[in-house]
Design a binder for this molecule. Structure first.
Ligand SMILES: NC(=O)c1ccc[n+]([C@@H]2O[C@H](COP(=O)([O-])OP(=O)(O)OC[C@H]3O[C@@H](n4cnc5c(N)ncnc54)[C@H](OP(=O)(O)O)[C@@H]3O)[C@@H](O)[C@H]2O)c1
Length: 293
């Protein structure tokens, strides 16, 4: 077996796995690779990685194995047939999935005698070297501590805690914000373009207005830690505002599905407030407060 501190196996050579292999090699770490579609390993071998012919060989090559797969289901497909080779290995699964899948994956690996770390790769696309990229880790602190140095070339590290699902809780939380933002940006720029105006003229203002987002996040997080806050006049104003966006989109034939969804939330909050005799926040509607609390 290779030197524990300077060698690693990477399984999964999609865009992210390939970026990880390149980062390890650049940092002088020896890398063994395996991928279901074997041709994806060719470019990695040209960069200096060693190809394992089988998953068993990939597992035998190193103590630490990084998984970069589409989801946790792929982990069982890949490692299941070679489960007898897992004993004593450290599996750092840096694939995205739900926190529950990460916890079940951790239990499965431990049943087979392996140690587990979960990672959520908060990268700018697959550019793990971008200054804004970093990785959430969770799982046993001692396992993270023992292997943090080896994993450091991948991106700055944020260890969150021992809950095996925690990296995915934070990762999915941030993606929850990112997905609608990305689609809303498409809707906004489509509206600009379909109105016969210049997206390039609009974008600096979008960037300028986004400087207010940290302020709102901090303000709302304080409110949400106390159960959320709303006033009915504000909810009605947001309902009316959503209608203006829907109208502006419709006038130029732009899809306003997101704005209809937003409006439905404001309207539900107005109706819930009327039913409860107090202002009900959208945070509360999201299920933040259980019916029994
Ligand atoms: N790419 C990004 O910008 C980015 C950014 C942050 C986080 N992530 C996360 O990082 C992980 C990897 O990303 P990616 O973009 O490289 O994903 P991807 O393109 O989906 O590739 C993932 C790898 O999973 C393998 N795979 C999928 N299902 C499999 C199965 N049933 N059995 C065996 N292998 C299987 C693929 O093998 P084949 O080559 O044979 O198909 C490929 O090597 C994902 O969880 C993704 O959400 C990605």
């Amino acid at each position: 077996m290779s030197d524990l501190r300077r060698s690693v196996t990477v399984i999964g050579l999609g865009p992210m796995g390939r970026a990880m292999v390149a980062a390890f090699l650049k940092a002088g770490v020896e890398v063994t690779v395996w991928n279901r579609s074997p041709e994806k390993a060719d470019a990695m071998v040209q960069l200096g990685a060693r190809r394992a012919a089988t998953v068993a060989e990939a597992l035998d090559a190193n103590a630490v194995v990084v998984l970069s797969l589409t989801h946790y289901a792929a982990m069982y497909d890949v490692l299941g047939p070679a489960a007898d080779r897992l004993r004593g290995k450290v599996i750092a699964n840096l694939s995205s999935d739900s926190p529950g899948q990460a916890r079940r994956g951790a239990a499965w690996l431990r049943q087979h005698g392996a140690e587990f770390l979960s990672g959520g790769v908060m990268s700018v696309g697959d550019n793990i070297e971008h200054p804004a990229s970093y990785i959430f880790y969770s799982g046993p602190r001692a396992v993270f501590g023992a292997h943090a140095e080896l994993l450091r070339p991948l991106s700055p590290q944020e260890y969150l805690g021992p809950d095996d699902g925690l990296a995915q809780v934070f990762y999915q939380g941030l993606l929850t914000v990112f997905h609608p933002w990305l689609l809303a940006f498409d809707q906004a720029t489509a509206m600009i373009a379909r109105s016969g105006h210049d997206i390039a003229q609009f974008v600096p203002f979008a960037v300028r207005s986004s400087a207010a987002f940290p302020y709102f996040m901090e303000q709302f997080s304080v409110e949400n830690q106390n159960g959320g806050w709303a006033d009915v006049a504000g909810l009605r104003m947001m309902d009316a505002g959503a209608q203006h966006i829907i109208d502006a989109s419709a006038e130029v034939g732009v899809d306003a599905t997101l704005s209809h969804t937003a409006q439905a939330f404001w309207r539900r909050a107005v109706a819930a407030s009327a039913a409860a005799g107090r202002a009900v926040s959208t945070f509360e509607l999201m299920g933040a407060i259980s019916e029994n609390s």
